[in-house]
Ligand binder design. Structure first.
Ligand code: HEC
Length: 129
């Protein structure tokens, strides 16, 4: 299913590709993370049950639909439509969404700061499909 947000992101990516001057390097290469950290992030995601509400590549089940699918974060716009897209903000959001984005409908999750950082590494490393 293509959501309005995904369509917006796609349009933004196309606009970005056209405006080469504004995008000096492909967004996919913005961040690189250690593979051990990413694997740790995947474990945290499984343990915390993020997939109860999100479809997350690499997590086969349960692929919930309450929240948006979490595809690669390298080439998307603001996190949850509100926060500048960078690893620190993503870590902050996945740990305590209502604090990071007032009014967010995603509940705070029982993960540590260090775990949230690993989760952000995992999400940034996913290829956008
Ligand atoms: C109870 C359901 C629920 C759970 C559990 C949940 N989320 Fe969410 N999540 C949501 C909802 C709803 C949104 C949309 C919130 C918003 O836009 O403010 C969201 C938004 C997000 C976003 C922003 C998506 C975007 O397109 O910008 C990320 C990233 C995210 N969640 C990651 C996680 C991670 C990682 C976990 C586990 C640690 C998790 N979520 C657990 C419901 C959930």
């Amino acid at each position: 299913m293509i959501t309005g947000e995904q369509a917006f992101r796609h349009a933004a990516a196309v606009a970005c590709a056209i405006t080469l001057v504004a995008c000096k390097q492909p967004p996919a290469s913005r961040y690189t993370f250690d593979s051990a950290l990413r694997e740790r992030g995947r474990e945290v995601i499984e343990r915390a049950g993020c997939a109860a509400c999100h479809e997350i590549p690499g997590i086969d089940w349960p692929q919930g639909r309450t929240g948006p699918p979490l595809l690669g974060f390298d080439d998307v716009g603001p996190i949850a439509g509100a926060l500048p897209n960078n690893p620190a903000n993503l870590a902050r959001f996945v740990r305590n969404a209502p604090a990071a984005k007032p009014g967010s409908t995603m509940p705070a999750m029982p993960i540590s700061e260090e775990e949230a950082h690993a989760v952000a590494a995992y999400l940034y490393g996913l290829d956008s499909v």
